[in-house]
Design a protein around this ligand. Structure first.
Ligand code: SF4
Length: 370
């Protein structure tokens, strides 16, 4: 262990004694300042599970309307388990990371089949649900069932690292272990759900990455990073994944005012949603050449591609995508063109289409009107 990540037994004892006061101050602050988020109005493990899945990699403000719509459509685990996945994907469209929706749907089926539709209260059972990892199981168990299991995310790690003046980042095993030990020492046995949410809330609203609001912080008395003078320097930033820049050639193929869509984008992305037939390439030229070959194979008909007739930029996870849209014209309709899903541009906004497909649809619609 590096020196800054190591704690002596005497240090731990002293911390344990101070932990009670710190915990009480944190819980009091949370009672008085917690934002009234919709998933905080319920103890239903299913609703909390849905919120935790949606909140992975997505901002709270974005999640709120999706969460409310989703729970209106699927108010119970049973409703979700019995729903067609197309409908789930439709309600998820725009939230991104569609794998989460697929796993949530598979998870609901498992819960209905093996646990009578009730998210299990035992950690080992919760972990058997598809998509439920350590983090989600701990969050649902502590918040819905009051189990004293700590929840560690980036916000919590930042607050704890600052309290101890700890450097490093969550990608480092030493750092993670030290923070987990600190969290185990601190967690409230009586109110673990509120405690976990209080630490997350503090990280999200007050102990901000670049500009911590220490004057409004309920635990500033215990904060080593503040004593050292530059709390924003703790912990060290996590190395960022490089943004990948790609070209995507998309085909707008018309037949009788209808436009052809296929399931999924290229490379297994958004594979449950409707998209314009599209192919990635390292360059614009490579993308369009691969698109022409793919379309001929798919449609069984020679195809003319004209353009690009439109260009736009789109981001999916760590990819920054330059999209070039080509107008496609099938020289003849073959039986294989039935593989396409044909719809109008105005219907596109209402079907289970990806955000990118809707974006391309709006651009094409504007061109048609313009
Ligand atoms: S005092 Fe400042 S740096 Fe320390 S935990 Fe509070 S907000 Fe974060």
């Amino acid at each position: 262990l590096s020196k800054s990540n190591q704690a002596s037994p005497a240090f731990d004892r002293e911390r344990a004694e101070g932990a009670g006061a710190l915990r009480a101050a944190l819980l009091r602050w949370y009672r008085e300042h917690a934002r009234p988020l919709p998933w905080r109005r319920t103890n239903d493990p299913y609703a909390i599970w849905v919120s935790e899945v949606m909140l992975q990699q997505t901002q709270i403000a974005t999640v709120i309307p999706y969460y409310e719509r989703f729970l209106r459509a699927f108010p119970s685990c049973e409703c979700l388990a019995k729903a067609h996945f197309g409908r789930v994907a439709e309600l998820w469209s725009g939230l991104g990371y569609y794998r989460r929706a697929r796993l949530l749907h598979a998870g609901a089926r498992k819960v209905l089949k093996d646990f009578g539709g009730q998210f299990p209260a035992r950690y080992e059972e919760a972990r058997k649900i598809p998509g439920v990892g350590h983090y989600t199981a701990s969050a649902v168990l502590s918040i819905a069932y009051g189990k004293p299991v700590p929840v560690l995310d980036g916000n919590v790690a930042r607050v704890l690292a600052r309290l101890e003046g700890r450097r490093g980042n969550l990608a480092q095993l030493n750092f993670r272990r030290a923070v987990e030990r600190q969290l185990n020492l601190l967690i409230s046995i009586r109110k673990p759900g509120s405690f976990n949410q209080a630490l997350m809330e503090l990280g999200q609203t007050t102990c901000l990455p670049r500009d911590p609001r220490c004057g409004a912080c309920p635990v500033h008395r215990w904060c080593r990073a503040l004593q050292l003078g530059r709390p924003q320097d703790f912990p060290a930033p996590r190395p960022r994944r490089a943004i990948e820049r790609r070209h995507l050639a998309a085909a707008a193929i018309y037949d009788n005012h209808k436009i052809a869509l296929v399931r999924g984008l290229d490379e297994g992305l958004v594979r449950d949603l409707w998209n314009f037939p599209s192919v990635f390439g390292a360059s614009e030229r490579e993308a369009v050449e691969r698109l022409a070959a793919r379309l001929e194979l798919l449609s069984g008909s020679p195809l003319e591609l004209r353009g690009p007739v439109a260009r736009l930029r789109h981001g999916i996870t760590f990819r920054s995508i330059e999209v070039e849209v080509y107008a496609g014209h099938l020289r003849r309709l073959s039986p294989r063109t039935k593989k396409f899903h044909w719809t109008t541009l105005s219907m596109l906004q209402r079907t289970g289409a990806s955000q990118l497909a809707k974006k391309i649809g709006s651009v094409l619609e504007q061109m048609r009107l313009g």
